[in-house]
Write a protein that binds this ligand. Structure first.
Ligand SMILES: Cc1cc2nc3c(=O)[nH]c(=O)nc-3n(C[C@H](O)[C@H](O)[C@H](O)COP(=O)(O)OP(=O)(O)OC[C@H]3O[C@@H](n4cnc5c(N)ncnc54)[C@H](O)[C@@H]3O)c2cc1C
Length: 347
């Protein structure tokens, strides 16, 4: 305790609490009875019945239905009592319409959570998808709307005249277009260089491990607070994902990192060591220096739109990005101001 207090003094903005002080704070500031197995709360804790999931209501309802997800709740499990955890929970509850659950409430809603889980934040408006089915579903809808989707085609370079792209050179011939959208994730810098653009995107490798979902496995997607890992039920499958490795355009699999994701999930969810593994996967998240995407029309190339650098949330941001790209190409008014996302802001 003395060492902790010394450390807190050195760091300046930390407070170390004795158990009794913490109990008092929970009761006075957070309205939580210390007799209950509660650790994170920003108001009266909800029961699971009060936290019933709400119906999905988005303009992408059709697509979401098409790809199968039914549950739209995300619960954030916070195992340790820290002042940071309490503050996070309170801020989230205030700003994101989240609801605070105590440990018992979290387990009532998601029975696969272990007794060590002391609290959770429920996001009733969140949605989740099965990514590959979502993308295939979108492609099907686009094709039905007249879009030609050309797979297995690699962009090799560009034919330009002045400040315009005349054609995109691919392994299946040249493609001419009024506007070209560069949306190649972690590979965008290489393609941008061919156009004289310097796009500071760094690939950040992440892994997922997919298992057959047991009948009593998690039903609600979980973000595991301290572990920074996600647990997502996907129909018959259960997927754990996490870690962030800066290793360039490298697809090798670091088993130590994969094992760490699974080990950390086992601290929150019961029965992890009994699961039947189906697949280990890795992907590269395209990260920018300020954490924001590069989205907008290029200042250097007149008919180029960039839509890249979506880092950790490219699936979530995909729909609004698609809408904005369509508005940019159609030269329509934009749904939001893209000033902060200017693609050449680092040049
Ligand atoms: C483990 C993990 C978990 C994640 N979890 C989430 C999550 O829960 N929610 C979320 O929102 N996001 C999540 N993400 C992030 C998300 O996957 C990315 O933000 C998103 O994939 C970026 O989309 P993108 O289309 O810009 O790039 P990418 O998905 O990387 O797609 C780029 C495409 O361009 C293609 N390409 C590259 N070069 C060429 C070329 N020369 N010619 C033709 N094609 C080319 C590539 O083959 C690729 O298909 C996760 C990522 C990882 C790794």
């Amino acid at each position: 305790m003395t060492d902790l207090k010394k450390l807190a003094d050195q760091l300046g903005n930390l407070t170390v609490l004795e158990a009794a002080e913490l109990t008092k704070m929970l009761e006075e500031e957070w309205g939580v009875s210390a007799a209950a197995p509660v650790a994170v709360a920003a108001g009266p804790a909800m029961t699971a019945a009060e936290a019933e999931p709400v119906e999905e209501k988005t303009e992408f309802q059709l697509i979401l239905k098409d790809v199968g997800p039914k549950k739209i709740d995300v619960i954030k499990a916070i195992r340790q009592v820290t002042t940071l955890g309490l503050k996070d929970a309170k801020d989230l509850a205030e700003t994101a319409g989240a609801k605070i659950l105590d440990g018992a409430g979290a387990r009532e809603l998601e029975p696969s959570l272990l007794p060590g889980v002391v609290g959770a934040v429920l996001f009733p408006d969140d949605a989740h998808v099965i990514p590959d089915r979502f993308v295939r579903g979108l492609a099907r809808l686009a094709e039905a709307g007249g879009v030609r989707v050309q797979t297995d085609t690699e962009v090799l370079g560009f034919r330009t005249r002045g400040r315009r792209i005349v054609a995109v050179e691919t392994t299946r011939g040249d493609v001419e277009a009024d506007d070209v959208v560069l949306a190649a994730g972690s590979w965008s810098p290489g393609l941008g260089r061919a156009l004289g653009l310097d796009l500071p995107i760094q690939p950040a490798k992440g892994y997922s491990v997919t298992y057959a979902r047991p009948a009593d496995g998690p039903r609600i997607p979980l973000m595991l607070g301290e572990a920074k890992a996600g647990v997502t039920p996907m129909g018959e499958m259960l997927r754990f994902a996490g870690t962030l490795e800066l290793a360039g355009l490298d697809f090798s699999i670091n088993r130590r990192r994969v094992n760490a994701i699974v080990r950390s999930a086992g601290q929150y969810v019961r029965g992890v060591d009994q699961l039947r593994m189906l697949e280990i996967w890795r992907g590269l998240r395209p990260c920018t220096p300020d954490g924001l995407p590069l989205l907008g029309r290029s200042e250097r190339i007149e008919n180029l739109v960039l839509a890249t650098g979506h880092a950790m949330i490219g699936v979530s941001l995909g729909p609004i990005t698609g809408k904005l790209v369509a508005q940019l190409c159609a030269r329509e008014p934009l749904a939001i101001d893209l000033g902060l996302l200017r693609p050449e802001r680092f040049s």
